[in-house]
Design a protein around this ligand. Structure first.
Ligand code: GCB
Length: 591
């Protein structure tokens, strides 16, 4: 990190005050798959203040210089220990009315004590998600920063963590044109340390990443196990154990990398039988443990096959949001979302438009819900910008590394509704390549736009995808519904199509005629027409209507919106079902 401002004037005049913090940037290269490893929680109450002018970073508050060399006191503009507290994890927007619309920087500070273990121990500070950028300081020392609101990141703090510590994090959620997402989205820009913060102790050499998956060859009889190590002892043997299958085999590791296939025919995971196995990998003093389901997902022609059987993805789209907790859903809320989706007949949920928490996919594994996971390459990303690509690609890598052992996740989505341009094609096809290189066992898709003039499915990205996702709003944004059947008649995709979105706004409890917009009857009528057409097109292999419940949306300022997108099938608090819920429920019974 470069020098501090020479004097007060430099500090207040400096326009490039972020430059000294540009390095180190932590990214997927430093990712550690914690799986079910033990953690020491740093969640709880942290001192907190919003810092709209970013003065903590400009004036280096983290150094806590309270006196000059002679001990004479300086005036300071902060008082960490007297600040009010906020609970971590949470989104600041829903913690206090004053912070509801706040966007910018905020400073989090907490003290913690630490009991050192053996001299060989390595210690990591891990964040499950900070929206959008986080600058992290331990005991006055800059550890580095991370960008991307929804994926996990780590810093090694071996030798830096003491008996008593001060941890300070500046979190910034400014909307800017070059971030991912950019400054214009159809959802609420929550900010904060919205996921857990932990310390993790690991031995000198440890398993950094691991993957355990059925080889997708239609035989269900080969399991591939891969791992990477970090530390000084990179050559040796790992032991892979799945006690329930009496499986215990050696995996040779050389240069820190091991990959091997084993003959093994586990019971298959599916929504009807979400069977999970405890898997242990031991290497030296380290043990990695996860619960893994084994299943195969493939596309053959226009069919999506789960464990060899064609399936129609009866789904729904979902934002990660609750009225009370913003984006920091509780376990109960996650379970309730899946419960109500299942009640509607869903075996599949599209987690839009950014990575939801790691707990969500774990619970999906357990309850048997298939998932589409997505990165926020949403609308008009700065596609020609290489730094923007690096950010998007990194968010994708962190998501893949986090969730590639989740049987529930069957589709990676590289984006949503991006106009077809050369820059976008290059950007997004490179993201597809990232998916294929890190995880050859899943399908890749994106929510594409149709050619609404020629009325045909036409997107150059489709060539790179396994499944074509289509968002369409016939009957709502496009009132001429007759275009929908024409669109499908004019198209001849060679791959399965999922209707990743369709829908209409309706205010819960607002009733009227089927033609009266914003009523439940109008939404219901649009859903009836939609499912009638969608059900008749053989290449449509799944639907995820927009959306399970209403969500906050600053763009929606119509009096009937009240800063909410009202396309939910449920009210925002999920307590009331709109009429269209039953339309989907009845239709899915036939699927
Ligand atoms: C879309 C977007 C989604 C919006 C939705 C709407 O196509 O993908 O993020 O919220 O339409 O309601 O307009």
């Amino acid at each position: 990190m470069t020098t501090e401002p020479a004097n007060f004037a430099e500090n207040i005049h400096r326009v490039d005050y972020l430059t000294p913090y540009a390095e180190p940037l932590t990214d997927a290269g430093a990712y550690i798959d914690l799986a079910l490893r033990e953690r020491e929680s740093l969640d709880g109450d942290w001192h907190f203040a919003i810092d709209p002018y970013d003065t903590c970073l400009r004036a280096r508050w983290f150094e806590e210089k309270y006196v000059d060399e002679a001990g004479r006191p300086y005036p300071v503009d902060f008082s960490f220990d007297q600040w009010e507290t906020i609970s971590v994890p949470s989104c600041w927007n829903v913690q206090k009315e004053l912070w509801y619309w706040y966007e910018g920087s905020a400073v989090y500070v907490r003290n913690f004590s630490f009991e050192p273990g053996p001299a060989s121990e390595r210690v990591f500070l891990t964040f499950d998600g900070a929206a959008y950028a986080a600058y992290v300081f331990l005991n006055g020392e800059y550890l580095g920063w991370h960008q991307g609101a929804s994926t996990p990141f780590r810093f090694e703090v071996t030798g830096k963590v003491r008996d008593d510590n001060r941890l300070l994090v500046v979190v910034n959620n400014d909307r800017t044109p070059e971030r991912v997402p950019m400054d214009n989205t159809d959802w609420f820009n929550y900010g904060g340390l919205h996921r857990s913060v932990n310390l993790v102790r690991l031995p000198k050499t440890f398993i950094e990443t691991a993957s355990v998956a059925l080889r997708p060859d239609g035989t269900y009889s080969t399991v591939a196990v891969g791992l990477t190590l970090t530390g000084p002892d990179l050559d040796g043997q790992a032991e892979v154990t799945i006690p329930e299958l009496n499986f215990n085999e050696i995996l040779d590791v050389s240069g820190g990398v091991g990959i091997e296939e084993f003959d093994l025919s586990p019971e298959l995971w599916s929504p009807d039988n979400p069977k999970l196995y405890d898997v242990y990998i031991r290497y030296g003093a380290d043990e990695w443990h996860d619960r893994v389901g084994f299943r195969e997902i493939r596309v053959v022609g226009q069919d999506i096959l789960l464990n060899g059987t064609p399936l129609f993805l009866t789904g729904v789209s979902q934002h990660e949001e609750s009225v009370a907790n913003g984006r920091s859903l509780t376990e109960e809320e996650i379970r309730e979302n899946f419960r109500v989706a299942r009640e509607m007949g869903c075996r599949y949920v599209r987690l839009a438009h950014y990575p939801h928490s790691g707990l969500t996919s774990r619970i999906a594994d357990e309850v048997g819900m298939l998932l589409w996971e997505e990165v926020p390459v949403y609308w008009a990303i700065d596609f020609a910008n290489e730094a923007t690509f690096a950010d998007a690609d990194n968010q994708l890598r962190e998501l893949l590394l986090r969730d590639r052992n989740r049987a529930s996740v069957i589709i990676w989505s590289v984006g949503n509704e991006n106009a077809d341009s050369d820059a976008r094609l290059s950007f997004m096809s490179r993201l597809v390549a990232t998916c294929r290189s890190l995880d050859p066992t899943r399908l890749v898709s994106a929510a594409c736009l149709v050619d609404s003039t020629a009325l045909v499915i036409a997107d150059r990205l489709a060539e790179h995808l396994d499944i074509i996702g289509i968002n369409e709003y016939y009957g709502w944004y496009e009132p001429d519904f007759s275009k929908l059947p024409r669109l499908f008649e004019n198209s001849a995709p060679t791959k399965p199509v999922i209707i990743s979105e369709f829908g209409a706004d309706a205010v819960t409890g607002r009733h009227g005629g089927a033609d009266e917009m914003f009523t439940e009857e109008n939404q219901e009528a649009i859903y009836r027409r939609q499912v009638e057409v969608l059900g008749s097109i053989p290449y449509i292999r799944g639907t995820s209507p927009w959306i399970l419940y209403d969500f906050r949306c600053p763009r929606r300022v119509h009096v009937l919106h009240g800063y909410y997108n009202r396309k939910g099938l449920l009210s925002p608090d999920r307590t009331q079902k709109k009429l269209a819920f039953t339309v989907m429920q009845e239709w899915y019974k036939t699927k």
